[in-house]
Structure formats: C-alpha cells, structure tokens
Design a protein around this ligand. Sequence first.
Ligand code: CP
Ligand code: NVA
Length: 306
Amino acid sequence: MKHLASLFDLTADDVMDILETAERLKEKLSSGDPETPLSNRVATLVFEKPSLRTRLSFEAAMIHLGGSASFFSGQDAGLYGRESLPDIARVISGYSDVVVLRTFSQELIDEFCQWSTCPVINGLSDEYHPCQALTDLFTIRESFGALTDEKLVFVGDGNNVSASLAVLTSMLGLPMTLACPSGYELPDEFMSRLKETCPDSQFTQTNDPIAAVKDADIIYTDVWASMGQEEEEGKRKKDFAAFQVTAELLAQAPDGCRFMHDLPAKRGLEVTDEVMEGPHSIVFQQAENRMHLAKGLLTWIVTKGH
Ligand code: CP
Ligand code: NVA
C-alpha cells in the first residue's frame, strides 16, 4: 500500500501519473462531464493545526469524486492521551479509504502509516507539505505549458514548503534555489537524503536573493514564521527583512517570471500587496489547483497507489 508521508515515498512516474490524473479530472469538470471514481468512498481528515485550503480542497475533492469526508481536530480524534496512536490509526483506517493528517511532528504521520490499513496522506507537518508542492508543480506545468527547465527561486525560509519543493523539483530534474538568511537553510540531514535520493539534483542554497532571482522563471515565497513558530515571529521579522518579495526584487527577474505563494500570506512581511495583486502573481490559480490536485491524488492513491 502506498502512503504519502513525504514526497520521498513517490517516484517521478508516480508524480507524473498524479499530475496527469489531476489534469484530466480538472478538464472533465470544466467540460461538464465530471468523473466520480470514489463513489461511496470515505476520507477522514485529522488536523492538529488550522487550515483553509487543505481542509476544504480535500472535502470538496471527495464530494466531486462521489465520496465524502469526515473532519476531526487532533483533540477530537483522541491524539492527546485518550487512546494510543496505534489504536487510533487502526480504528480510523478501518472506517476509511484514505486518511489525511495535518500534524506538528512528522513522526506522528510516519507512525500512523505503520498501523493504518488504508493509504495516508500528509496534509502538512513541520517538515513537509507534499500536497502543496504537487499542486505547485501542477500549476507551473499549466502556466508554462510543460515541465522542462523552469527555474524556481524560493525566497524565504528553509521550511516544510521549500523542503517539499526541493524534493519534487529534484525528482523532476528542474533547477531550484532557496535564497534565505544565513541559519535558515534546509537541515543537513534533509540535504543528505535529497542528494542520496536524487544524485542529479540541481537544488542550491544562497543568502543572496537579488543574485538568485536573475534567471528565475518562478519566484516563490511563504511565511517567515510557520505554524508552531509563533514565538520566533519577532526575531524572524528582523532576520528576513532583506528577503521580502517586492516589485523591485521582481524587476531583477526576467519579464515572464511568475510569482507564487502557498498562502496564507502575511502581506507586508514576506510579500507586498503590490506583488500579490500584480500581473506576475498566479497565487489564486495556485490556490484553486489545490482542489484539482487533491482529486488527482485521492483518485491515484485509492485506486492505483496500492
Ligand atoms: N497552503 C495551505 O496548506 O493552506 P492551509 O494552511 O490554509 O491549508
Ligand atoms: N510553512 C507554512 C505553510 C502553511 C501552509 C506553515 O507551516 O505554517
């Protein structure tokens, strides 16, 4: 059985299969001929952190696909001592065809996968956000017409989103640079795993955002303080001050450069209003695509992934 605990669980062929399934389902929906391959199937969502896009995209996806979704907070699912994780995982998966987890610790997802009798999808952990990165590559493919050698420059934190994008771009042979303040690079352990899994990876890290965007096809950013890092917000605002995505920074990139953000955005911090609302921004196309990608991923993992 396939789980998506992180993108290291997928091959490049799996990724292309998921993107193509999502593309087909998106086209079918817009042509008024939707497919319902998950009729009578149940997705259970257990989220420890807030969510707008991930929760709604999976719930809407299941309705479109002919099934249904049930949502639990971590508290309601009993994650904090009501019963053991192995017991919860076996009970939930016994009622479900697929489980989506949003957690603080990646270990919780990894352990849940060991006990689950149905596929598990990581809907964000402190370390990874695979559904976001899959959506982003889907959006880049849609926006540029193909995935060839588009260069993604992530201006921001070495966090769950940039880590997932680094894995996916490396897997698909695309160049990517993370421009971040010193000390906010991706962890050494992650970098070793990336190099081991994708020896031809073109992923690089730099502390110079202006040099990094010179040949960018996509400039991407995310919040400076992720969920769970609220206490570091003050320090991070200072450390990241030179890493705001502004119209001036975008002007350093080639004309056709697109701007992306996984959202929610803190306008005035990592990105200005002008860039969010400007002609380069594809952030709402990207956000809508969360649902189309969720449909492709759910269909793939429930019907083909195992
Ligand atoms: N991008 C994203 O995952 O958004 P939510 O936190 O609202 O789900
Ligand atoms: N890096 C952000 C992503 C939110 C979708 C966080 O973890 O809060």
